[in-house]
Design a protein around this ligand. Sequence first.
Ligand code: IVH
Length: 679
Amino acid sequence: MENLDRVKEHIEQIRAEINRHNYLYYALDSPEISDAEYDVLMRELRRLEEEYPRFVTSDSPTQRVGAAPVEAFGVVEHPQPLLSLANAFSDEELLAWHTRVVRLIAGQPFDMTCEHKMDGLAVALTYVNGRLETGATRGDGFRGENITQNLRTVRSIPLSVPKEAPSRFEVRGEVYLSRDGFRRLNDERAKEGLPFFANPRNAAAGSVRQLDPRITARRPLDIYVYGLGWAEGRAMPETHWETMQLLKSFGFKVNPDNALVKNIEEAGAYYHAWAEKRNSLPYEADGIVVKVNQIALQQELGAVGSEPRWAIAYKFPAVQGTTRLNEIRVSVGRTGTLNPYAVLEPVSVGGVTIRQAALHNEDDIRRKDIREGDWVYIQRAGEVIPEVVGPIKSRRTGEEKEFNILEKLLDKEKGRPACPRCGAEVFRPEGEVMYYCSNAACPAQAQARIELFASRGAMDIRGVGESMSATLLREGLVKDVADLYSLTKEQLVRLERMGEKSAGNIINAIQISKDRSLGRLIYGLGIRHIGGEMAQVIAEHFNGLDELANAKMEDLLSIPAVGTKIAESIVNFFAQPENRRIIEKLKDHKVRVEKEKVHAEALPLAGQEFVVTGTLKRLSRERAHEKIRALGGAVKDNVTRNTTYIVVGEAPGSKLTRAQALGIRQLNEEEFLQLIGEK
Ligand code: IVH
């Protein structure tokens, strides 16, 4: 008995906690925990309620869809409730969902759609006689907030629909903010001293639920529709897929990545493909949604509580988490920059343990008001270092310490701020946000340069990472990146904890790296502002390192992707005698500094001419150009009789008209992506 009491108490505690988080999330748009952490709480509560059904109450958070609407907006009753989705977190759970569907519909054939699970805010748009009449939030699923005036400001929501549309119908979709839009919004808020939004979804929700529509109008909101609520006055298609095509023809935005699949293996493949590529999407998606395509079967399957049996969300591993920021430390970058970074209480995010995160500079830390001791949101994006998004101010105790980089760098003996590695003086150039170590020979700088040179995206020398770079410098075996090529196996074997075999492997890896591409080499040199992609672009315009080293400002500026900052940085880099010496040394060691010889005529797009017009959704114009060139194609500004293809994005210009007049073949973005193997 006593045990049961304890279970009940535990259940109530979890409920209270979830209710509090619901309030923070739905009413204040300002959550204290990440979605993944919230999911864990909900799962625990569900598990307990399944095990102890006697403790299920009608007001348990498991029994409702969302939050009650805020009265200030006016309430909209949903004629058909807006449902939520059950989650799967593994292939097994996806399969279990499918098995149940198959069992319940007893052998009737069906296919499925796969869609991104957009991370935004669900809305219901009602059209009457061709006009948008109301726009509402989901609210608790039955009653939502009337946010019509705000949704009218979202440019991609049609205000009217063609006469072929039903006389009355309701479309559902997700209003979201792109990553870029989100970043811009948070930057602006920081400048104004306003609290930041933890993620694009909260930002979208906060933007749409503004009492003043003028505020909403200034936010770069967008929508993808994902379903039909109900319709009157016109027969609608029998499948979800066709319904979406029809909605598209009415002018609604439907996600072009949606796919129709025949079996659950294909759905699994869709999931894994997008789990890999999710960072390349211009917006955040937190998983995929798999839906039974046949509407009659959807109806037959019905729902359990608020979760339809005919659909499931298969979530991606989490990218956000919350943890305590224990301390801010400063490291020395390859150009001598003094980079603050966060030492975190280790936390697992999507199965990866995170201990450190980037903090860009002191100004940024101030602007976001991040303090030592704060609970913070952290975010992981692919392979790059996780970053601190911002502090959770509601969790402050008053013990947190504001960050001051000069105080941090204070060397008590010297009585002044000093480089944490070599003790030299530090300075901050006018107009810059970063402090620098003044010692060009600072071992930390040399180490960071070697680490970058050997890193995966550059010369990719396995075995030469942080600790090996430090050792080689400390032992005096290398002074700069070129010295790596004069290392011998005998020298390495003498190092502590180094066996014959590892030493041999490292020497091999170093030898192999002599033949890396020009782009990788340029990136590996560590020229300021030149990341991996930019290095690639630059490499495409020069035949070799010497040509780049002798390039004038105007040569560099003639490359479309290169602006003054980058051009200056390159010119400055090669003006340093020290850097010239390193390049000569690389050449002496027979590191290839010429462009790799590709047989252009063997490339798939060889001999074909492309013109791109309008805006592409998945690629920037520059990326598209690069891809074409990399595959051997030529990019032209104007359409002529020699043009092979015109690639047509959104809002194409007069080039399209000319291409049509000349009968040039058109490719939409989808077809273009297919052609270049991006699909
Ligand atoms: S379908 C029963 N499709 O996820 C159908 N929802 O967790 C319920 N969402 O409230 C919605 N992308 O806000 C559906 N392609 C998509 C979606 C999607 C995002 C959101 C939506 C919904 C929530 C459920």
